[in-house]
Design a protein around this ligand. Structure first.
Ligand SMILES: [Zn+2]
Length: 125
């Protein structure tokens, strides 16, 4: 991870999925079911580990769970801070690309690396 001053919110949005030439170079990755919604995770690299049992969850499902935990009220938005942390921020400031964190939570237990993550790491080496 680089330490750029601007901590931009990445919503894990990726366009398309039909870039064949790029995909064929990649090894076939497992598509385990998300433990939150049960649907397959097609892009395991964007998945997060659930803090309860370390199973993979969709990024979107993690955001939803973070929203349930942080309970954003009107004028607040829940974003992913990176490194497994979520925060409820002030929407108005956020739209102006400023971060005003109201509440935050740590999602992943960073000291515990899930087995599916380990596999991914050795693969990327
Ligand atoms: Zn899911």
């Amino acid at each position: 991870m680089s330490t750029k001053p601007k901590n931009r919110d990445r919503r894990g949005r990726r366009r398309g999925g039909s870039r064949r030439s790029e995909q064929t170079k990649r090894p076939i990755r497992p598509t385990p079911p998300c433990i939150a919604c049960g649907e397959d995770i097609n892009d395991i690299t964007s998945a997060l580990a659930d803090p309860r049992d370390g199973g993979p969850v969709h990024f979107e499902c993690a955001i939803k769970a973070a929203e349930a935990e942080l309970k954003p009220v009107e004028g607040e938005t829940v974003i992913y801070l990176g490194k497994g942390g979520f925060a409820a921020v002030e929407s108005k400031s956020y739209q102006q690309r400023k971060l005003k964190i109201i509440r935050r939570m740590d999602w992943e237990k960073l000291d515990e690396v899930s087995s599916w993550r380990k596999d991914l790491r050795t693969e990327l080496r």
